[in-house]
Design a protein around this ligand. Structure first.
Ligand code: TXA
Ligand code: MG
Length: 340
């Protein structure tokens, strides 16, 4: 049992820092660590009471399962009960990387990790610090994103401290997460692979690797269609109201301009995400660039006291599917331009 938390330690990514972090994990404590996607809030995935503390620290609903992180693909045999052949095609191509795969859960992993589900989500992060922490700890590490539940995911150690200082034992200080958006969650337990959450590995890349179609779960699940349990909560939300404008590009821009004027006339502070009105950005900013800055922009606008954030729809190709998924979930309103 970990000692009560008084402050949150800021640890370095060198060997002594990571050994200290591993000691905390082995004793049942919580350590936030960088990955290539976002910061994770880690605990020993084989220790039910440590895992329970993750839910408490985040204020996470108990029915939303966690992802188990490995430092070596060989550990898969200990956390998954069975591994279908097609999984190896994907682990060889995309691990380490932003792809979480769902398997039947082994008895080594407490049910709490998966919120009672018979399955478990697993990935190997593409980040030296994360991999070293997992291997020094000697156990698989269960980790959700290291934010308070419902807040935008953290892409820097400062974001983690904003949300969790005093609630967790330690944070590892590192550079901002290079991808900025979470992993793709792919369910391999059914006949056809299904993307439960779009993320860093695109649908196109998965289909090319498997040589067969991959389905994408909708916000509402069709009968028999699995759904990432986390998808039913409002997510990634800034405190400001986010208005997402869809429709033809020429019409979107006109509507954004009108909305900005309308809100400013009512003494509301307006912020811009991916629209030319922001001044610094070109319209049509690519999905990769938007992904890296999305969460940190949402948090920055909250700190600046922005009331209304205006954002535009982007194309669904590649990383666009994941970015649009997050924008839709963060949105308070979705307005279609040019629909009269
Ligand atoms: O990139 C990432 O995936 C980051 C880093 C830290 O690895 N982690 C992350 O975890 O985003 P979290 O907890 O914020 O999101 C995990 C998602 C949720 O939508 C959850 O419902 C889904 O994965 N998930 C986890 N286990 C599952 C399972 N057994 N069945 C279905 N969905 C699952
Ligand atoms: Mg999360």
């Amino acid at each position: 049992m970990a000692a009560p938390i008084t402050g949150t330690l800021l640890l370095s990514e060198d060997r002594p820092g990571l050994e200290k972090a591993a000691t905390i994990i082995k004793r049942g404590g919580l350590v936030a660590f960088p990955t290539e996607t976002v910061y994770g809030l880690g605990a020993d995935a084989t220790d039910a009471s440590a895992v329970k503390r993750i839910f408490a620290a985040k204020g996470r609903p108990a029915d939303n399962p966690l992802i188990v992180h490995l430092s070596d693909p060989d550990q898969l045999k200990t956390v998954a009960r069975t591994v279908p052949d097609r999984a190896y095609i994907l682990t060889e191509k995309f691990w380490p990387g932003p792809l979480s795969l769902i398997f039947p859960r082994s008895d080594k992993i407490p049910a709490l990790v998966s919120a009672g589900l018979p399955s478990v989500a697993v990935r190997m992060p593409d980040h030296r610090t994360a991999l070293d922490l997992i291997s020094y700890s000697g156990v698989p590490i269960a980790a959700p994103s290291a934010n308070r539940s419902g807040r935008p995911s953290p892409t820097t150690y400062r974001h983690v401290l904003e949300d969790l200082a005093g609630r967790i034992e330690a944070v590892i200080k590192s550079a901002p997460c290079p991808l900025g958006l979470e992993s793709t969650v792919l369910d391999l337990t059914g006949e056809q692979p299904v993307i439960l959450r779009p993320g860093g590995v695109s649908k196109e890349e998965l289909e090319a690797a498997l040589g067969s179609p991959v389905a994408v779960a909708g916000i509402k699940s069709a009968p028999g269609r699995p759904l990432a349990p986390g998808m039913k909560y409002r997510h990634y939300s800034p405190r400001a109201a986010l208005v997402l404008v869809t429709g033809p590009p020429e019409k979107r821009f006109a509507l954004i301009k009108a909305l900005a004027l309308y809100f400013r006339n009512r003494a509301l502070k307006v912020g811009y995400l991916n629209t030319a009105l922001r001044g610094r950005l070109e319209p049509g900013i690519g999905p990769e660039e938007l992904a890296v800055t999305l969460y940190s922009s949402l948090r920055r606008m909250d700190r600046q006291g922005v009331d209304i954030i205006l954002a535009e729809e982007i194309d669904l190709a590649g990383l666009g599917l994941a970015v649009m998924n997050r924008l839709k979930k963060a949105a308070t309103r979705i307005l279609r331009a040019g629909s009269g």
